[in-house]
Write a protein that binds this ligand. Structure first.
Ligand code: ASP
Length: 324
């Protein structure tokens, strides 16, 4: 006797009784993979969004932290997951930089995903342990250059935003510094607060509260303009590094082949989530800028991530860092 899978049987049954996938989806909790550790900046965006989307989706969205290898492990996991709408990915700019950083990736960001929409954009901050002996950015750079052999800076692994920012920083100051990779910058932050590492460049969605509490020292921001949350912090661009701008954009994806009707439901739920008052409040406190509705679409994310892959390739190539 042939054994049919449950989903195949459900599909055949739905043909007979006129029920479409879109009518029944979601009939169980949806998993949202965050490819970094819990409590970090990407996780903070994901959990707030999951709560905002839950209301319109009518189901729980369970965040799963599948961390490692700069976000590429969790991203690969979703690329290979069932394309039934129950496995989603919340990833950031690393989605577009990983193809240039890794010689071999087990997924293709251009062909293995269905984009759902852009979520939010987050600036980064250059921060150091609280006892770092520099009063401002120029002293910080002088100190780092003079002591580079003894310095180390944390990141969330090759392909992460903190890695990218560190790469640009080292290029900007023409100094190589030892890196210490973690599974996410929540862990990197713990090490920085504990003074086990010297500095870190990370999203404001992780650093805002720590800077305000004085647990770490902040020197600069990577946005084109100063941030209202930290008006006293200079931008790197105004401090002699005009090209030094990193905006960590976040997007939502499903595996390739997820039915269009399911994607449509997710797009509308994403848009409800982005309007959710609690989501907006949390993002604004953490310095994240939520994308407008016209960018929270498959077309906008698809085109934008394609352009970002092309934009970062020559920059990363010039910096000459790869992993196998
Ligand atoms: N901020 C991290 C990064 O550097 C990721 C994270 O832990 O959310 O990409």
């Amino acid at each position: 006797m042939r054994v049919f899978s449950k989903s195949l049987l459900a599909g055949i049954l739905s043909l007979f009784i006129g029920v479409t996938v879109a009518d029944t989806y979601p009939s169980k909790p949806v998993t949202l993979v965050v490819p970094f550790s819990a409590g970090g900046p990407t996780d903070n965006v994901a959990r707030a969004l999951a709560e905002g989307m839950r209301k319109s989706l009518g189901q729980q969205i369970v965040v799963e932290n599948s961390a490692g290898a700069g976000g590429t492990l969790g991203t690969a996991k979703v690329a290979k997951a069932a394309n039934d709408g129950y496995s989603l990915l919340l990833m950031h700019i690393g989605f577009a930089t990983a193809p240039s950083l890794y010689r071999k990736l087990s997924y293709d960001p251009a062909t293995d995903f269905e984009p759902i929409g852009l979520v939010a954009e987050v600036p980064m901050t250059l921060i150091a342990r609280s006892d770092f002996p520099a009063k401002n950015l120029s002293e910080f750079i002088t100190y780092v250059k003079a002591n580079s052999a003894k310095m180390n800076f944390a990141n969330a692994g090759l392909g992460s935003a903190s890695h990218l920012c560190g790469l640009i920083f080292q290029n900007a100051i023409k100094t190589e510094i030892q890196t210490v990779p973690f599974k996410g910058t929540a862990d990197a932050m713990t090490a920085l607060i504990g003074k086990q590492v010297d500095f870190l460049c990370d999203q404001t969605t992780n650093t805002t509260e720590q800077i305000k509490a004085g647990r770490v020292k902040a020197y600069a921001v990577t946005s084109p303009k100063r941030l209202s949350n930290f008006a006293d912090l200079p931008t790197l661009a105004e401090s002699g590094f005009p090209g030094f701008q990193v905006a960590v954009w976040h997007g939502l994806w499903a595996p390739k082949g997820t039915p269009k009707a399911v994607i449509d439901k997710l797009v509308s739920s994403l848009n409800e989530g982005l309007k959710d008052a609690a989501f907006r409040d949390r993002m604004s406190k953490l310095g994240a800028e939520i994308y407008p509705a016209e960018r929270a679409t498959p077309k906008a994310l698809g085109e934008f991530s394609k352009a970002e892959i092309a934009r970062w390739a020559p920059i990363i190539k010039a910096a000459g860092q790869y992993a196998d």
